[in-house]
Each structure stands twice: as structure tokens, then as C-alpha cells.
Write a protein that binds this ligand. Structure first.
Ligand SMILES: Cc1cc2nc3c(=O)[nH]c(=O)nc-3n(C[C@H](O)[C@H](O)[C@H](O)COP(=O)(O)O)c2cc1C
Length: 184
């Protein structure tokens, strides 16, 4: 069964993202690895430009769990912050600079396993998710993951309706599991 990597970009235990992730995890049957980005030791790209000379990133930290590219499905789950993805998830995205440079500077693209993508976004109801969706698109492209547009779960009024009471979002979250594991 396919392995799922969860990129959990909420700092809260028992918060809105956690409620929707619990719904997905209850349905996943295969191996799951979860990276809690607010707790992870994961540097942003520091533009050292070594990746323009040698392929790959010289920083060794928990990004190695993403670089391992040993998963078949990837689920990014985040609260909307200032209309965008939270900083730690943007830090992770910046570390794909090494892949960009492998192609642009070294003409030697780093191959990526094709995988399935899914997205969970929560928001308190203070502005739209457009910025978060735009960066999510870049993130899934960098990860080599397809299909996230059709597999996005939104719970964007959590001040009025906490995600754990958002029945439609909980049902949609449960339905992400078979997609991530390649059963549909
Ligand atoms: C720093 C910060 C910025 C936020 N910015 C937005 C925003 O732009 N739009 C919005 O709808 N909610 C915003 N929120 C509210 C959270 O997205 C919302 O409470 C979310 O459901 C929290 O999810 P969590 O419990 O998993 O952390 C913000 C919250 C914080 C802490």
C-alpha cells in the first residue's frame, strides 16, 4: 500500500487542522509519516548557491524526509495566515530551490516520483485563501504531486464553525484517504 506523507503546518494540537487530519488518518490503511512543521528542525533556503555547483541541497535537516521522495501521496494541511500558507510551509517550499537549480543551472533535473497530492486549508473567516492556494500549487508542482485541485478540503469559517463541527469538511477529509493511497 502506498505511503502517505503529511505536512502538518498548524502549530496547534487539537486545533482545526488537527480535527480534519484526524478524520483523514482514521481512514488511512498504509504507512503514514507526519512532519509537524512548527516543531521540525527545517531551515529555509539560505541562497548559499551550492546547488548551482553540485546537485542537491547541502543543508541536512528534516527536509531530508521530503527529499527522500519515498511516498506515493502527500497531504499538506495548513491554517490560512494573512491570506497565505504559514511560514514554515513556505520555508519548506523554498528548499526546492535546489531542484530548480539542478535543472536551470546544471541542466541535470533531479527525478521525482510521481505522486498524488491533497490539501486541507482552514481559516477563521478573515479573507480568502487565494494566496494560500497559489503557493500550494507551487508546492505540489515542486513535490511532483498531481490532483490536489480536485482534492482540496476547505473549512474557512472556523471562528463561527470549528472544523471539528464542520460535517461537510470532515466528510470530504475522510474521502481524501483512498485518493492518497491510490485506491480511487
Ligand atoms: C497569525 C495568524 C494569521 C491568520 N490569518 C488569517 C487569514 O488571513 N484569514 C483567515 O481566514 N484566518 C486567519 N487566521 C485564523 C486561522 O487561519 C484559523 O483560526 C484556523 O482555523 C486555525 O487553524 P488551526 O487551529 O489548525 O491552527 C489567522 C490566524 C493566525 C494565528
Amino acid at each position: 500500500m502506498g505511503k502517505t506523507l503529511i505536512l502538518n503546518a498548524s502549530p496547534r494540537t487539537g486545533g482545526d487542522v488537527a480535527a480534519l487530519l484526524d478524520a483523514v488518518k482514521a481512514e488511512l490503511r498504509g504507512p503514514v509519516e507526519e512532519l509537524r512543521l512548527f516543531r521540525a528542525r527545517l531551515s529555509p533556503c539560505v541562497d548559499c548557491r551550492r546547488c548551482a555547483i553540485e546537485p542537491g541541497c547541502v543543508i541536512r535537516d528534516e527536509m531530508d524526509r521530503v527529499y527522500a521522495d519515498d511516498f506515493d501521496g502527500v497531504l499538506a494541511a495548513a491554517p490560512v495566515y494573512y491570506g497565505d500558507l504559514p511560514g514554515p510551509l513556505l520555508n519548506l517550499l523554498s528548499r526546492f530551490q535546489a531542484y530548480y537549480m539542478a535543472e536551470a543551472a546544471l541542466q541535470s533535473p533531479i527525478p521525482l516520483r510521481r505522486k498524488r497530492g491533497a490539501l486541507i486549508l482552514t481559516g477563521g473567516g478573515h479573507g480568502g485563501p487565494e494566496g494560500a492556494l497559489r503557493h500550494a500549487r507551487q508546492l505540489f508542482r515542486a513535490l511532483g504531486a498531481g490532483g490536489f485541485e480536485e482534492h482540496t478540503v476547505l473549512s474557512l469559517q472556523t471562528d463561527a464553525l470549528p472544523a471539528r463541527e464542520d460535517k461537510a469538511a470532515l466528510a470530504a477529509a475522510r474521502a481524501l484517504a483512498p485518493w492518497l493511497e491510490g485506491k480511487v
